[in-house]
Design a protein around this ligand. Structure first.
Ligand code: ATR
Length: 491
């Protein structure tokens, strides 16, 4: 279930938000500590305004809440909520135990949630289990355990806790806790809290309800849902969740795709958790494409040659690595031109150039690698068995196809380009930079009469190939393209 917290400071605004929330929420949480000068009368007005079930919570300062008056006034408001027939009352475990017991004893038709928060960390599983036991002794209807994630791996402690206990509401707060706000449902959390909009969150990391329902298809998640995601140190910025989740919904596939925000030091433990929880697969991005290989059981031949994996498929708990970056580049190119025997100038000699060059080699193109640092170009050229040159020497070449694999021209340096305009006459020019969608290089190439290929085409086709590897099905290409362009158009 989705619970939307109401965090407005006035009764009037709160009533507006309640109305708006009712469209997507199963439950509404009235955070009455946000309401200026909250009193019995105002509480009564608010409770009358919704037909949905309501949780009344009044967080004190010792639980990072806004309630400034005395503890006895706070408890009195919660008791009043029972009289006013609120469906649920949320009381903090850190409250005086006698007060909690008294509230439970006099709860009438209301249900009592006892909530435990750790705003700094996620304790180990044995500590969490003990906390659940301690709370249980007070005999509430529901137990809420919310911790702060400092690492992706903290989420799995909460999933372990959920797998061992029924009637729990549990997830992690913070940027690293994002995936638990989506996936805790799969592991049994009774509900998740979702903000009405970005500026109305009541705790760090709450996902706005349009994103939870429309991007993650939250209502479709169940215990059998297969989990996929993107492993990256800044995975939260990845656009792939928009592409894949939209297709899972359209094709009725029980998959969910989330960002796995994994920092460099957390990769080893994350991969152990990945196996332990039987996650179905992943995309892999910066900085893990090379390091992740040591944690796999097998790597497909071309990915091995490229020495980088951007896709993992879990089949019967055996993890196999693939590289779809080169397939994305080759498909984008082949939509516009043939590659066999074509002279291709590849600018740059980093990771992206490497994957693309292996793809071009398979297609029997004649490659020249030009790079600012000649040593890197020479090293890659030796592996590929092709020629290389200094960046400035590229103008002596006469290529059919030019590919920019450097980041030159990428937002916010949109005025930059790595190739002189005069050199762009009547060729095929492919820029892997996709922000902006049309880079200065592509704009000038078009002006010089060249065919252009935009960077997002590579992103699109490498994603399509990943989708095939994970699901065994072809996604709807146009839907993926639309979702990608929508997101790129926003920036
Ligand atoms: P990626 O994995 O995205 O390919 P990378 O491995 O860091 O990233 O490679 C970046 C490539 O872009 C390199 O070839 C780099 O040139 P150097 O090897 O000389 O560093 C190239 N590059 C980055 N900025 C550049 C610039 N301003 N001018 C020319 N080349 C540039």
């Amino acid at each position: 279930m989705i619970c939307i917290p109401i965090t407005s400071s006035s009764v009037e605004k709160a009533i507006q938000d309640i109305k708006e929330s009712e469209k997507s929420a199963d439950l509404i949480e009235l955070r009455i500590d946000y309401i200026r000068d909250i009193c019995d009368k105002k509480l009564g007005q608010l409770l009358k305004k919704t037909t949905k079930k309501v949780i009344v919570a009044c967080r004190p300062g010792f639980c990072q809440g806004n309630f400034k008056k005395s503890e006895s006034e706070r408890i009195s408001l919660l008791k009043r909520a029972v009289d006013l027939k609120a469906s649920y009352i949320d009381i903090e475990f850190k409250t005086d135990k006698q007060e909690i017991l008294e509230l439970i004893e006099n709860k009438k038709n209301s249900k009592i949630i006892i909530s435990y928060h750790d705003f700094k960390r996620t304790p180990e599983i044995d500590v969490l289990e003990k906390k659940v036991k301690d709370v249980k002794r007070l005999n509430p209807n529901l137990i809420k355990i919310v911790t702060y994630a400092n690492s992706i791996n903290d989420n799995f402690k909460i999933f372990d806790l959920l797998r061992k206990n029924n009637d729990l509401i549990s997830f992690c707060m913070g940027l690293y806790g994002h995936m638990s706000r989506v996936l805790s449902k799969k592991y049994g959390s009774v509900l998740t809290y979702s903000s009405l909009s970005m500026d109305k969150e009541s705790a760090p990391g709450q996902i706005p309800v349009p994103e939870l329902t429309k991007v993650y298809n939250y209502n479709l998640i169940n215990p059998d849902t297969d989990v996929l995601g993107v492993i990256g140190s800044h995975a939260e910025n990845s656009l792939s969740k928009y592409l894949h989740n939209a297709n899972f919904k359209k094709q009725n596939l029980n998959f969910i795709y989330v960002p796995f925000k994994v920092s460099e030091n957390d990769l080893c433990e994350f991969m152990a958790n990945f196996r332990r929880f039987g996650l179905s697969g992943a995309a892999v991005t910066i900085p893990h494409k090379i390091n992740v290989m040591q944690f796999l059981d097998k790597t497909e031949k071309t990915a091995k040659e490229i020495a980088a994996v951007n896709t993992i498929v879990n089949k019967n708990n055996r993890l196999k690595g693939y590289n779809t970056d080169y397939i994305g580049a080759v498909t984008a190119l082949e939509n516009k031109t043939t590659l066999s025997n074509k002279k291709v100038l590849v600018i740059g000699a980093g990771g992206a150039a490497r994957a693309i060059c292996f793809g071009l080699k398979r297609k029997k193109a004649a490659i020249v690698i030009a790079n600012r640092t000649i040593g890197k170009a020479e090293k890659l050229a030796e592996e590929i068995d092709c020629r290389s040159c200094f960046l400035e020497e590229m103008y002596k070449e006469d290529p059919d196809i030019i590919i920019n694999t450097t980041s030159v021209g990428m937002y916010p340096d949109e005025d930059k380009t790595v190739v002189k305009k005069e050199f762009l006459k009547e060729r095929v020019v492919f820029d892997i930079v996709y922000r902006p969608m049309v880079t200065r290089l592509l704009k000038e190439a078009k002006e010089m009469g060249s065919e252009i290929i935009k960077g997002y085409e590579m992103l699109l086709y490498q994603g399509i190939e990943q989708y095939r590897l994970w699901t065994g099905k072809d996604p709807d290409e146009e839907l993926m393209r639309k979702k990608l362009k929508e997101q790129l158009g926003k920036k």
